[in-house]
Design a protein around this ligand. Sequence first.
Ligand code: TRH
Length: 357
Amino acid sequence: MNIDIYCTVIDNYGDAGVSLRLARELKRLGAKVRLCCDDLTVLRTIALPEDEDAALRFLPFDAPREVLASPSASVVVAAFACHLPTTAVQLINVHHSIVLYLDYLSAEKWVEDFHGLPAPAEFARGFYFYPGFTAKTGGLLLEPQLKQQAKAALALPYFASGSRQVTLFSYHNPQVLSLLKLLETSAIPTTFTVFAGKPLANINTLLGLHLQVGESYQSGKLCFKAQGMVSQAQYDDFLCRADLNLVRGEDSIVRALCVGKPCLWQIYPQSDDIHIGKLQALLTCFKRALGENYVPALTRLEHLMLAYNGHGSWELTNFDAWEQTWQKIAQAMQNYIFSLPNLAESMLFFCQQKQEK
Ligand code: TRH
């Protein structure tokens, strides 16, 4: 199957990140993929050189017709409501390609109803394609390698390095300060790997520092290490080795959940606090999936995540006692995540069915 994925980078890394993971998975499953992106610099910051080969090509968003037409794609993915370039639209109409409108990830219930529905406004064979947290959605990008890597990391004891290893990938977030105060009360010292860009700027603002990539700062039991951006593969590795992951956006929360370690999600902020409803929908989904026994702990986690996102107060006082419970629910959440469909497999299956009709 020849698949073209179109992606525009609005801000940050998530749009390119998800498109890249999807492209890589489709390639692994035997498709020939072209990833057309309007910011190849962002894409190549998080990709590995070996990602690009005969089966996966990175192209500019407005790639020329002679390139796109040889051969023309049988499936076109328009990621995150991007407007397809004119050349792509013309070729889709000539070849009656299937068009999938890949949407943002959400655990809201309505996603199940809209996943796979025809979207005939623009093209004869256009469909909405929703990632999600239930078997009735397209599922998540869960490649077998990450599953193996996460399981191997979980077999090692927590705090193996002698301190709590925390990855910090956030937007501007004053609530990080409340978390630091809590961690100062822990019996175990904490080392933060703070990623460059918004997370590092946030820590510098909150602590009145001028920390640069490569530098460290120690304050009591807390140590901060400023880390440059790495490839997705290396970031996954950081997540697997950490004891606590502070993540943001849709792609890093999925990776953190896969890893099966405690995590806090700073969800991408939207107007009218729409994102808060989405955050609660995720916790509701886990309560439904994991059952009654997990509801009290998941409710505590929900309060913690809400507080981390600036909604509600920090009720937690004994971090160390809570952390043990947290480690157990993180593993239960991982088991559930691993039971979900692989988005790339769902996509190929969906397209094969549509092609047979
Ligand atoms: O970068 P993000 O904030 O992306 C966000 C959201 O996706 C949001 O929906 C979107 O609309 C907005 O951008 C514009 O967070 P996210 O989704 O977690 O994506 C981060 C990507 O960056 C993910 O693929 C992991 C990757 N990454 C690396 O490859 N290397 C790194 O060093 C780090 C810290 C991240």
